[in-house]
Design a protein around this ligand. Structure first.
Ligand code: ATP
Ligand code: ZN
Length: 293
């Protein structure tokens, strides 16, 4: 059987999330995280642990079948609007979320798109940034940097920056303010648009179905509570993202029932307090480890 080859970042923000996700999909590897090439013991899957920047070209060339990479890294080399791109996103993976943002020094006078014409923009993503600005009718000058982009305006290397942001704290600490969002990114699973062998595709399908369950169950909770028998509708209406609940009788009681439901959205304290106000008691919120639907 032909083995499925997946490229994953060896160290960094995508490495832990990627390897955890594969482990939660049931893959077992014998060498921990230290070896660059690893074979799963229980499925026909091999991993290549590499730098994230190399992952799109490894998949495009056929050295690997699938890869886990930030959408930002994919789009820098393979723009979304490119109709005959050799790569496509097989699924979004729901971790390593971040935003590629244009930011200017807080005292900058830049106020609208036209103000950006001719300015220098420091970024590790010159292609995404330039394409985005051209779509806004702006011609700016890209200054490519591989890291520490946020110091460029202070050093006089650029007028603005375009960099990945998660909380915004780094921008603020460097005297920068966000000007516009260029790309919302998260980890994605990529593959070639031209399909690979059917063995490999079958293994990938199994893993992707499991991964969808793992990702969904991250937010999903199982709620159990006792509800007054005449308030079932009101209580059900309060449950976030749930299907019809299961109602079970409680021994020796006609006025109260047990209600169980899977909630596909986050359950906040406010929801529990509202449930209690409707007469719900003994409310339990349980994590769901695996889900297959
Ligand atoms: P490598 O050595 O593999 O090239 P790297 O330094 O390019 O590593 P990381 O800093 O680990 O990579 O970032 C990998 C990816 O994590 C980014 O491309 C991006 O998709 C995502 N990411 C999530 N949050 C952030 C953030 N705050 N800053 C930068 N990247 C982030
Ligand atoms: Zn990188």
């Amino acid at each position: 059987m032909t083995r499925l080859r997946i490229a994953v970042q060896s160290k960094g923000r995508l490495a832990d999330g990627g390897l955890d996700l594969l482990a939660r999909c049931g893959l077992r590897f014998s060498y921990g995280r230290n070896k660059l090439h690893q074979s799963a013991q229980n499925m026909p899957v091999d991993l290549m642990l590499v730098r994230d920047d190399d992952i799109p070209s490894f998949v495009a060339s056929g050295a690997c079948d699938y890869g886990i990479v930030g959408e930002n890294v994919l789009r820098e080399k393979y723009p979304a609007q490119d109709a005959d791109s050799p790569l496509e996103i097989a699924m979004n993976l729901g971790f390593a979320g971040c935003t590629l943002k244009l930011a200017a020094p807080v005292d900058s006078a830049v106020d609208n798109w036209a103000d950006l014409n001719g300015l220098r923009i420091a970024t590790s993503y010159p292609s995404i940034t330039d394409n985005f600005l051209r779509s806004k009718g702006v011609q700016a000058q890209m200054v490519e940097m591989s890291g520490s982009v946020e110091v460029a305006p202070r050093l006089g290397i650029s007028d603005l920056i375009c960099d990945l942001v998660s909380s915004g704290a780094t921008l603020e600490a460097n005297g920068l303010k966000p000007f516009a969002t260029v790309l919302e990114s998260e980890a994605v699973l990529i593959r070639r648009t031209q399909s690979v062998s059917s063995d490999v595709e079958a293994t990938a399908e199994i893993l992707m179905r499991r991964a969808a369950g793992v990702i969904a169950s991250g937010q999903t909770k199982y709620i159990m509570l006792n509800a007054p028998a005449d308030r079932i509708d009101e209580i059900t209406a309060l449950l976030p993202g749930s299907d019809a609940p299961t109602i079970a009788q409680i021994a020796g009681r006609d006025d109260v029932v047990a209600l169980h439901a899977v909630c596909r959205e986050r359950v906040f304290w406010e929801t529990l307090e509202a449930l209690k106000a409707q007469g719900a008691r003994a409310i339990l919120v349980l994590p769901i480890e695996k889900m297959l639907s």
